[in-house]
Ligand binder design. Structure first.
Ligand SMILES: [Zn+2]
Length: 194
């Protein structure tokens, strides 16, 4: 792929078409059209080009379509940052994905997003969710996941509904990314010495 699209970034005055981030995206229909396949290929190429990326959604690249890509494989590094990494999943593309909470328990953890550049904030998410999604070939998948993977899936599916994590952060708690990283590093140091 010769050039990949830039992220649509909500607070960047130069980023075009920001409404796409706040607008519920359109579902795909099957079999996928060639333009839809191109959107999915672009999403995957953008994801592959990132070093530290857990997930992306098509609206972040300016496509108002219900497509997401994410990965939560086990790694000691990820487990260190996300102790609630319980269920894992290799790189996955889902279309028209939905989730429902299983139970009412929530956990609070920090999230960031390429479309909310430079900030992180605490978000309450359901600990366990049931999901339903479609694969590129149109087959349907369902399942139940918990922990960090459930958080990641909720963040990405929310994108396809026009919801950014920053709208779920309690007022005044959105932090500049470097401030957040410092807090997190301090918390991990403390965790090790306890
Ligand atoms: Zn995001």
């Amino acid at each position: 792929m010769s050039s990949l699209p830039d992220y649509v970034v909500i607070k960047d005055p130069y980023s075009p078409d920001k409404e796409v981030l706040l607008t519920p995206a359109q579902p795909f229909s099957f079999p996928l059209s060639d333009p839809d396949l191109t959107i999915i290929k672009t999403l995957e190429a953008k994801f592959d080009a990132e070093e530290n990326c857990a997930g992306l959604a098509a609206p972040q690249l300016g496509f108002s379509k219900q497509g997401i890509i994410f990965a939560a494989p086990y790694s000691p590094e990820l487990k260190k940052w996300r102790p609630d990494l319980i269920d894992t999943m290799p790189k996955t593309v889902w279309l028209n994905a939905r989730y429902q909470p299983f139970g009412t328990e929530q956990s609070i953890d920090y999230e960031g997003c390429f479309s909310v550049g430079g900030f992180a904030g605490p978000v309450a998410r359901y600990k366990t969710i049931d999901y339903e999604a479609f694969l590129i070939d149109g087959s349907r998948v369902t399942g139940r996941v918990q922990g960090f993977l459930a958080r990641l899936i909720q963040h990405e599916i929310d994108h396809t509904h026009g919801i950014l994590f920053s709208s779920l952060v309690p007022k005044g708690q959105l932090l500049p990314l470097d401030h957040y990283r410092r807090l997190r590093a301090e918390a991990m140091e403390k965790g090790r010495s306890d």
